[in-house]
Design a binder for this molecule. Structure first.
Ligand SMILES: O=P(O)(O)OC[C@H]1O[C@H](O)[C@H](O)[C@@H](O)[C@@H]1O
Length: 445
């Protein structure tokens, strides 16, 4: 179960910084319905990159993933080589729900020391490498693959092939033909699913199958989010949270703090930051007009960041919308014991850690509201696969709705290309000689 707690956005509570949600829903009903119908209507067109809506229905692929996991019971360490959308979703779900027995490692940077440290800690015979790249061309992932493939081959000879599994586009890029030529097992990233929307396809499900996540439940939660995204505006949770973002951005809230009260959800903000920022930070709208849309998502974790960032959230610039994720029930709880001689702490004696966590979440949200800082919460009944799947698919929908409201393409990322090309030029890639010369003339070499 997932619900929205919008009480700290209410203009009756926080004044002009807030909104009257009921009135806003009425006023924007037509627009939200048009957005909803446009998204559902375009779903079948691969060029629209809305394939993530239907992926949770694909039980056949899930079965294939689960069969692969069963056939590879020897794996003790699974190394994911992937970056951005090819790593962040699985990383977030693993931290929240992964229970082993396999140890999952993510290589999503090219800093040599951590890669060497990981390589030195692994036993090649017990290690499976999952190289994940939709494009099959991302420099960081490919560099890591070259290194891990060599490491496996040096240790295992021709048997290295049993230790690599590829996840990539069914046709495009260099990984697919390479997997075919070498006879490597390979899973697909559906062409109409962008990386940051891919956690429910084998990009996410394959690594998560090795750490015992209930994938059936995760996908069922995603389907529940789809159901709400189809509903009338009054029951359409993604349309509502998107509207909140839209209206608050119009009130100058250009920063979007995403703050789960959960250490288990510590990587969810990283996943959300990519989803939100890459999708919505756009220079040009669908009509070709210069717009520079976007709000900047910021990571925070409660209670930890109460002691680091909340001072700014409360008293700093009024440029923020704060999104909390709160749990209603713990999976397990721990009593705080009474200790003689420390009676000053008797307000804690006999209470539980979850009670304290919950009190801090509510207290902080209320204290922010008192300072007229708008905030709202996704309230999860508990942290399980179904609810997390629901939340993640909800956030994908929220992003898609915002793309519609802002009339931008939420599914491309043209702004990251030039940096990649400069990298190729600096690395001396064939075909980039002219750009390298330009960079040199500009003092970059
Ligand atoms: O899966 P890949 O093609 O390797 O892409 C990995 C990531 O890199 C790119 O630069 C994009 O900005 C991201 O949206 C993408 O998730």
């Amino acid at each position: 179960m997932l619900r929205l707690d919008l009480s700290n956005l209410d203009s009756r509570r926080i004044g002009s910084q807030g909104i009257d949600l009921e009135q806003a829903l009425r006023a924007h009903k037509k627009r939200l319905e048009a957005a909803r119908d446009a998204l559902w209507g375009r779903k079948g067109d691969p060029a629209e990159f809305l394939g993530w809506i239907d992926v949770p229905e694909d039980t056949q692929t899930l079965r294939k993933v689960l069969r692969y996991r069963e056939a590879n019971a020897w794996v003790e360490d699974l190394v994911v080589l992937g970056i951005g959308g090819s790593a962040l979703g699985a990383q977030a779900v693993n931290a929240a729900l992964g229970k082993g027995p396999v140890r999952l490692h993510f290589v999503d940077n090219v800093e040599p020391e951590p890669i060497l440290e990981l390589l030195r800690s692994l036993e090649p015979r017990k290690t499976l490498v999952n190289v994940i790249s939709k494009s099959g061309s991302t420099a960081e992932t490919m560099a890591a693959f070259l290194a891990f493939r060599r490491w496996l081959e040096e240790a295992l000879g021709q048997d290295w092939k049993r230790h690599v599994v590829v996840t990539t586009d069914p046709a495009r890029g260099i990984l697919r033909p390479y997997a075919q030529a070498e006879g490597l097992p390979a899973f697909e990233v559906p062409p109409a699913v962008g990386g940051r929307f891919s956690v429910t396809c084998p990009v996410g499900t394959l690594p998560l199958a090795f750490v015992g996540v209930d994938l059936e439940a995760l996908l069922a939660g995603c389907r529940k989010a789809n159901e709400t995204a189809q509903a009338q505006v009054e029951a359409n949770l993604p349309a509502q949270s998107a509207l909140v973002h839209h209206l608050l951005s119009q009130k100058g809230k250009s920063v979007n703090v995403f703050m789960p009260y959960s250490t288990r959800l510590r990587y969810l903000p990283d996943w959300f930051v990519q989803l939100h920022d890459e999708s919505l930070g756009k220079a040009i709208d669908r009509e070709g007009k210069v717009v520079h849309t976007g709000t900047t998502a910021v990571r925070a974790i409660g209670t930890t960041d109460q002691h680091a960032q909340v001072q700014l959230f409360r008293e700093g610039p009024h440029d923020k919308l704060i999104t909390f994720v709160r749990l209603e029930k713990p999976t397990e709880d721990l009593k705080i014991p009474a200790v003689a001689g420390l009676e000053a702490l008797d307000y804690l004696f006999g209470r539980s850690f979850f009670e304290l966590l919950d009190a801090e979440a509510k207290a902080t949200a209320h204290a922010l509201a008192k300072a007229h800082q708008p905030n709202f919460a996704f309230v999860l009944e508990r942290l399980d696969a179904y609810t997390l799947g629901w939340l993640m698919q909800h956030l994908m929908w929220q992003t898609a709705f915002l793309g519609e409201l802002w009339n931008i393409n939420a599914f491309d990322q043209p702004g990251v290309e030039l940096g990649k090309e400069y990298t190729y030029a600096l690395m001396g890639r064939r075909g980039y000689e002219k750009l390298a010369a330009e960079l040199k003339a500009e003092g970059v070499e």
